[in-house]
Design a protein around this ligand. Structure first.
Ligand SMILES: CCC/C=C/C(=O)SCCNC(=O)CCNC(=O)[C@H](O)C(C)(C)COP(=O)([O-])OP(=O)([O-])OC[C@H]1O[C@@H](n2cnc3c(N)ncnc32)[C@H](O)[C@@H]1OP(=O)([O-])[O-]
Length: 298
């Protein structure tokens, strides 16, 4: 598994890690993860040991698309934070202007071998399993557009705060690309906004403006753009006052049925994805969608 291999390798900067007196892995207040083949990290993590809150800044230009490398870094960072029992909260936000995340990197699914698509899908699953099942309180500070996989990323969090900017949108728009969100994308959405809203949203591939997203419960709160991060920090403080163990068990109780379904069907889910995405007709849809993106830009 790519992310595990990276974790075992020297990809994580060891000098930035230290061990606590309890023998637990402990991250220094600020650390970054880096892959050997990447000059600039795609994710920057600031971890404040005094508050027990880490902030994950996505910084992969231009649009924080979730590539294999990006997701591998994300999983490594998450694993490190999760192993540090002092880290109780995680805020995820973007350092890119106007975009939280553009979702899965389409180039990882277009013109690639079945083996590559399978490896990519495995790390997409891993990201979701780690975030949706995290023991930490997780808050998405959504400071830009967040389509498809970007929306999924935010849906894995416990709470979503979005910039009240009508230029931004959020939603699972997969059908607009001619592709199908798998059952665990769908269930994450159902668990958040209910069956009927999901049925309509997924079939039509709807992207919601912030006000509409708030109305259906896709996000929990809208705030002026320059306050997204400060409100996320205040919200985190509130969530961290709840007794840890009770909150974690409650979270597991709510989410484990969905998580277990993927855990027990991971290989079949990968096979489904690979045979679907490598179909000629689906590849054609992806190509047309990418051309549309380029034309829109021109
Ligand atoms: C079963 C599978 C489930 C799938 C789940 C998914 O997530 S599927 C994913 C579904 N995702 C979507 O449908 C989102 C598609 N993206 C968007 O709608 C917009 O990019 C935006 C609103 C995120 C930002 O608007 P903006 O005006 O700020 O930026 P811009 O539009 O000018 O783009 C800048 C450059 O980035 C490129 N690029 C963009 N996205 C992707 C990507 N995902 N990947 C790769 N590349 C991407 C874009 O082509 C352009 O490249 P160029 O020409 O410079 O070489």
């Amino acid at each position: 598994m790519a992310w595990r291999a990276a974790l075992r390798s020297k990809a994580v900067i060891p000098a930035l890690l230290s061990c606590s007196s309890h023998g637990r892995l402990c991250a220094s207040p600020t650390f970054i993860t880096q892959r050997n083949n990447s000059t600039s990290p795609k994710i920057k993590v600031d971890y404040d040991q005094t508050t027990g809150v880490a902030v994950m800044h996505m910084q992969s230009p231009p649009v924080n698309s979730l590539s294999l490398d990006f997701l591998t870094e994300l999983c490594i960072s998450l694993e490190k934070l999760e192993m540090d029992k002092g880290c109780r909260g995680l805020i995820i936000t973007s350092n890119q202007p106007k975009v939280f995340s553009a979702g899965l990197d389409i180039l990882e699914m277009y013109g690639k071998s079945p083996e590559h698509c399978g490896e990519f899908w495995k790390v997409v699953q891993e990201m979701w399993l780690k975030l949706y099942g995290s023991n930490m309180v997780t808050i998405a500070a959504i400071n830009g557009s967040s389509p498809a996989g970007g929306c999924l990323l935010s849906l894995t969090c416990d709470y979503r705060i979005m910039a009240d900017n009508p230029l931004y949108s959020i939603g699972l728009n997969e059908t607009q690309l001619g592709i199908v969100a798998p059952f665990w994308f769908k269930e994450t959405m159902v668990n958040t906004v209910g069956h009927r809203n999901t049925e309509v949203a997924l079939q039509l591939g709807l992207l919601y403006k912030p006000a509409e997203a708030l109305k259906i419960g896709l996000v929990d709160q809208l705030v002026p753009e320059d306050q997204v991060f400060s409100v996320a920090t205040q919200t985190m403080t509130k969530w961290l006052t709840i007794p840890e163990h009770a909150r974690q068990i409650t979270k597991s109780m709510m989410r484990n049925p969905t998580i277990d379904k993927l855990r027990t069907n991971r290989e079949a889910d990968i096979q489904n994805f690979v045979s679907f995405i490598t179909k000629e007709s689906i590849q054609k849809s992806l190509r047309m969608y990418m051309e549309m993106l380029k034309q829109r830009k021109a």
